[in-house]
Design a protein around this ligand. Structure first.
Ligand code: CR1
Length: 831
């Protein structure tokens, strides 16, 4: 980075260009921010100082639109979507905001003229890792689309001080490092110390009579903690609308501190402060299985309580009386994590705002909608009644009361069916009594949706069958989508440019169906050549990046075969591994065979307590070490594990993939969204009929998709009949030899026991039917290799995959929510 140039005098009208979009204004803004915010001049500025100055310069330009949006929304009294989510994974903001402001080129030139390395500045930003995987990233894509579609909205969540851990690989094992993402400051957030709400825990409830002699309930808490708002502006693409991501930080309540201080217990007061702050300290790093920890329940209530109190405040500030609360707001629950909001709104309406049960319930059940994201039983949240009662005694009473009203209705509808009543109850009574959060979410919401067509069907016919029998109209499908701004324009500028040139416009960025215009050119050899060049360039970039980080060198001519997602048995990274071992054995047996070179690339984190997932990571790295160092293989196949897969690092992966692995056991992956990101960037999919794969295949055409494996229906049939994985092991000689090779100790320096827990589980239980789908998977992979030999044909399929991805824009998903579920309208803010 050359910092040698001295600052040129900029003869501009400061006032006029304070937030101007011209190159001159950007340069001036940057130098001002470097000086007045970072307190630096260019000669001594660190790369981080430069990043901060660039971020503030960008933020200044967003704030103007933000203020305008807030004013307009207020005067319009516009209906507002509140998206409640325990996780948001926005990814680095700078590049995305420049794209949405439409000033990438100007900013690049401005940086160049100041002698700065723009890519290095962008790369300085820390990942805001406030989520685990698909669920958190979906929330971020939805925020981008809500703003782009000009729908007033607020994303509510937790400002975790430590987000998802950073993953490093040591001796092949995952090692977790704490993610101190706020260490160097966060230029995107604006603290709102005055937007602060008390959150109550513990204690007891008591009855009393109010002035009118009515019997009321009062909650006397044992602990009060404050939630303080931190706002991040979310700018739409090419529009003036800026919505709000409002995250809550826990702080000790001042009144409590004071009490301790007055009686002289200074240390006690400080201790209380530390304890209060633990609530927003760290994200639970479990993707699907629930941790079931007390602190987790406290976190959920914490952000939900702050958010509902904030909405009530906004209601009073804009429209007024609470009667129209469900007209002013719609609250979308992102999974069950925020479903306590239902009980909390009831409590606030009744205990704090004097409403009777019926009025409060009428508002509550009209305001909430709930999205289910998983059918996996281990991910369905329940809380023991005793813990619930200890932490939230008033809410338990309310849950009981909701349940009483609800079960009375069920009994009337299904006379004498007490078994059904037992299944539908908000309280599980078998064994330790537990509160079923999913049942609470369904009962308290007017709309419930799944996240892909297949998933939504399974929601209706399996998970919530009883509820669907009772309320058929309550259930919907909204297939997930992802934002093309982040995953195409930001991640893959080369492809984006090529698409715009080919289509003659960049309208596809806001209207992804326009990608269809590519189809007319799918046979055009000129486009083929450029398409191929773009892909090869991305592969070279990724290869260099991976070489730097892992030491493994990939051949850009090889098929880049990528599986990047959380490590989970149901996602079947080990099925992928069995294919790799098969390729290895084939090459060892006939070294001269004409195999298409492949680079197998994995990325993904394992929950720190998930032993089997961590063992899978170890096995990937162990197989990689042997194959990559086998001189006989000579680089024909290579295996690499990309450490610390997250939004930021993922941006290197999507553009470079040729093949996208979407190989979960059918019926287990609710939707998947990585599948969409890869396909949008021209990768072909090898996948099962699971989640959104089904719809991706429908859209791109079955001839452009590598399908294998059992359908969800076949899976449940096999399970009903009794599944015996050892029969596959005994019957299929190649499968047996692949598993035996793992057990031989070849990948573990002679240790024959290391991977036994994994291989034994496959042969004896195999809950995700890896062995049942093995043969079909290998055969399908052979088709992939053959198809790749025909470059023209492959490139054509790649172009068609991109051309037909329109449906999977999160803009389409948000339009469906707005139209069918939320009934919200755009409120355009002029530029
Ligand atoms: C699902 O596993 C889906 C995302 C977003 C995940 C994945 O298939 O794409 O949600 N579910 O809808 C989840 O995290 C807690 O459940």
């Amino acid at each position: 980075m050359s910092m040698a140039q001295s600052p040129e005098p900029l003869d501009v009208d400061r006032e006029r260009t304070r937030t101007g979009m011209s190159k001159t204004a950007l340069k001036q803004g940057f130098l001002d921010n470097l000086f007045y915010i970072q307190g630096r001049f260019r000669e001594v500025a660190t790369p981080h100082d430069l990043y901060m100055a660039a971020a503030y310069t960008t933020r200044d330009r967003i704030l103007e639109r933000w203020i305008k949006s807030a004013q307009r929304y207020k005067t319009n009294q516009s209906r507002t979507v509140c998206y409640l989510s325990a996780e948001f994974l926005p990814g680095p903001h700078l590049a995305n905001n420049l794209v949405n402001l439409g000033i990438v080129e100007t900013a690049t030139e401005a940086a160049h003229e100041l002698g700065l390395d723009f890519d290095a500045i962008i790369a300085e930003e820390a990942e805001p890792g406030l989520g685990n995987g698909g669920l958190g990233r979906l929330a971020a894509c939805f925020m981008d689309s809500l703003s782009t579609l000009q729908i007033p909205s607020i994303g509510y969540g937790i400002r975790y001080e430590f987000g998802i851990f950073d993953q490093t690989i040591e001796d092949g094992w995952q090692v977790e490092k704490s993610d101190n993402w706020l260490r160097n400051g966060n230029p995107w957030e604006i603290p709102r110390p005055k937007i602060r709400f008390p959150v109550l825990y513990g204690g007891y409830t008591e009855q009393y009579r109010d002035h009118d002699g009515r019997s009321r309930t009062r909650w006397v808490p044992a602990q009060i903690i404050d939630g303080v708002a931190y706002d991040t502006p979310i700018l739409g693409y090419g529009v003036g609308n800026v919505n709000l991501l409002r995250l809550w930080k826990a702080e000790a309540s001042e009144s409590f501190d004071f009490q301790a201080f007055n009686v002289g217990d200074y240390y006690g007061a400080v201790h209380a402060k530390i304890e209060a702050e633990t609530i927003s300290k760290v994200l639970y790093p479990n993707d699907e299985p629930e941790a079931g920890k007390e602190l987790r329940l406290k976190q959920q209530f914490f952000f939900v309580s702050c958010s509902i109190q904030d909405m009530i405040r906004l209601q009073f500030n804009t429209v007024g009386p609470l009667d129209s609360f469900a007209e002013k707001f719609v609250i979308q629950l992102n999974d069950t994590h925020p479903s306590l909001a239902i009980a909390e709104l009831m409590r606030l309406l009744m205990d704090e705002h004097d409403m009777d049960w019926d009025r409060a319930w009428d508002i509550t059940h009209r305001v909430f909608c709930y999205t289910n994201h998983t059918l996996l039983p281990e991910a369905l949240e329940t809380w023991s009644v005793s813990l619930f009662e200890r932490l939230l005694p008033r809410h338990l009473e309310i849950v009981y009361e909701i349940n009483r009203h609800f079960l009375d209705e069920v009994r009337v509808h299904f006379l004498g069916d007490e078994d059904r009543v037992r299944r539908m109850s908000l309280i599980a009574e078998d064994g330790e009594r537990r509160v079923r959060m999913a049942n609470l979410a369904v009962v308290g919401s007017r709309a419930v949706n799944g996240v892909a067509a297949l998933h939504s069907e399974l929601v209706k016919t399996t998970l919530f069958k009883d509820f669907h029998d009772f309320w058929p109209d309550r259930f919907h499908n909204v297939t997930n989508g992802v934002t093309p701004r982040r995953f195409m324009v930001v991640a893959n500028p080369r492809l984006s440019r090529l698409i715009s040139e080919t289509c003659g416009s960049d309208d596809w960025i806001r209207d992804l169906d326009r990608l269809r215009d590519l189809e007319a050119h799918a046979m055009d050899s000129g486009l083929h050549e450029r398409w191929h060049e773009v892909k090869i360039a991305a592969k070279r970039d990724l290869a260099a990046w991976l070489k730097h980080r892992t030491g493994v060198l990939l051949d850009p001519e090889a098929i880049f075969d990528v599986q990047a997602k959380r490590i989970h048995e149901y996602k079947r990274q080990h099925l992928n591994l069995l294919h790799i071992i098969r390729c290895y054995q084939r090459l060892k047996q006939s070294p001269n065979q004409d195999m298409v070179p492949r680079a197998f690339i994995f990325g993904g984190k394992a929950a720190p307590g998930y032993f089997m997932a961590k063992l899978i990571i170890k096995l990937i790295n162990a197989v990689a070490e042997v194959i990559n160092n086998d001189p006989q293989i000579n680089g024909f196949i290579r295996v690499v594990f990309m450490p610390d897969f997250n939004v930021k690092n993922g941006q290197h992966l999507y553009p470079a993939a040729n093949l996208s692995e979407q190989i979960s056991l059918a019926g287990k992956e609710a939707s998947g969204t990585g599948n969409m990101k890869f396909s949008m960037n021209g990768a072909l999919t090898i996948g099962t009929l699971d989640g959104a794969n089904v719809e991706i295949r429908e859209e791109v055409g079955k001839e452009n998709f590598f399908l294998f494996g059992m359908s969800a229906e076949e899976v449940s049939q096999r399970q009903r009949e009794g599944y015996h994985p050892w029969e596959h092991y005994a019957k299929d000689a190649e499968l047996k030899s692949d598993i035996d090779l793992i057990n031989s100790g070849l990948f573990s320096h002679g240790d024959t026991q290391l991977f036994r827990p994994l291989t034994d589980r496959l042969v004896n239980q195999d809950p995700f039917m890896v062995l049942a789908d093995y043969r079909a998977y290998i055969a399908c992979q052979d088709h992939v290799a053959e198809a790749y030999r025909d470059h023209r044909h492959w490139t054509r399929m790649s172009i068609l995959n991109v051309a037909r991805m329109g449906k999977f824009s999160s803009d389409r998903a948000i339009r469906e929510y707005a139209e069918h579920i939320w009934r919200t309208e755009p409120h355009p803010i002029d530029l």
